[in-house]
Structure formats: C-alpha cells, structure tokens
Write a protein that binds this ligand. Structure first.
Ligand SMILES: Cc1cc2nc3c(=O)[nH]c(=O)nc-3n(C[C@H](O)[C@H](O)[C@H](O)COP(=O)(O)O)c2cc1C
Length: 186
C-alpha cells in the first residue's frame, strides 16, 4: 500500500510539511509505504502550453515532473498539500497541477483510490484554494467521494502549526482514514 504526498510549500520546516509528516507517520504505523515529494526540491517547470501533448511520448518540458507523475500514477493514495498563497495554491503546486495535463492528454490515470487534501493559511483564502484542488482532483483521479479527506486550518510562522493541536490531530487522523479506506477494499 503506497501513499504519496505532494507538497507545495517550499518551507521544509513549515506548517504544511509538518502536517504532511504527521499524516505519513500515522499511515506508516498502520503499514503503509510512504513517500513525500516537496516540489520545490525538484525542477517542476510550468506547462509550455503547446497543447500538443498527444503527439509526444514524453513531455516536451524536460525536468523532474515525468518521474513524479509516474509515482503519482503508481500510488494507492495521494496527499496534495499546499499553503495558501494569494488566496490559492502555491506556484509550485499550480505548476505541478498544470503538468498533469500530459497525463490527461494521454488518457493516463493515477491508480489512487483515496485522496487527502491539506491546506494551511495564515488567515484567508482556504475556500478558493480547496476549490482549485477539488477541481483538479475531480478531473484527474477516479476516487469515490467518501474516500476523499480534507484537513485545513490556520497557522502563520514557520512551524507555528505545532501549537494548533486540533489541526495536528486532524492530520494524524487523515493518515488513519486513508489507510483504513484502502484496507476496507482488500
Ligand atoms: C507569497 C505568500 C502569499 C501568501 N498568501 C496568503 C493568503 O492569501 N492568505 C493567507 O491566509 N495566508 C497567506 N500566506 C501565509 C501562508 O499561507 C502561511 O504562512 C502558511 O502557514 C504557510 O505555510 P508553510 O509554513 O507550509 O509554508 C502567504 C504567504 C506567502 C509566502
């Protein structure tokens, strides 16, 4: 059982990364194989927009996105996590979302059967950010509604979320829910 987290925050010791670690730790305790990919650590460039993906076997944009998308396709569960930047997902997450267009144009789908969404804001913009992620999820994955779990809340300074104990607990529960929903089907 493979759980992959895609993280859109460049702050390695920040709030989003911390919550994701809680989720994955909990999932690992229950037997999941976990992996966290922090997008800022890799080259995930914006879509080139030629809209001609179907003519090519590999994306024209030569960077790390190809193997990250392969991992996304192979994961049984996917966590998408982002801080709110100007009322929406971070630029790193948006670039990654756009690059999924290659999969879409090749009719390739992730095998994921459960989805986790984590969003952290200082004060405003969670709704718009969730809307963006949900639109992406609905276009990209074939996951039943009851297997999509959302954790969102507020924290500002790097790592400040550690003091938001209910939110930390929700992130841990997310790991449990995702594993439970995968175990239920087997
Ligand atoms: C470029 C930038 C834009 C931001 N825009 C918003 C915003 O629109 N609304 C908000 O509540 N917080 C905003 N924030 C604050 C972050 O969402 C907040 O600090 C969050 O905890 C960062 O998560 P991280 O520690 O995982 O990076 C912004 C921060 C940055 C750096």
């Amino acid at each position: 059982m493979k759980l992959l987290a895609i993280v859109g925050s460049p702050r390695l010791k920040g709030n989003t990364n911390y919550l994701v670690e809680q989720t994955l730790e909990e999932a690992a305790k229950l037997g999941a194989e976990t992996e966290k990919i922090v997008l800022s650590q890799y080259a995930v460039n914006p879509c080139l927009g030629h809209d001609n993906c179907a003519s090519y076997d590999t994306c024209r944009q030569k960077d790390d996105t190809g193997w990250i998308l392969d991992r996304l396709c192979q994961a049984d569960g996917v966590v998408l996590a982002t801080p709110v930047y100007y009322y929406n997902v971070s630029a790193q997450m948006k670039a990654f979302i756009d690059r999924n267009y290659f999969l879409y144009m090749h009719d390739r789908k992730s095998r994921a059967r459960t989805l986790g969404i984590i969003v952290v804001a200082e004060s405003l913009g969670i709704e718009d950010t969730l809307h963006t992620l949900r639109q992406f999820v609905d276009e990209t994955f074939e996951v039943n509604e009851d297997k999509i779990f959302t954790v969102c809340g507020y924290a500002g300074g790097s790592g400040e979320v550690k003091n938001n104990l209910p939110l930390v607990e929700e992130a841990r529960k997310l790991g449990q829910q995702m594993v439970a929903s995968l175990k239920m089907e087997s």
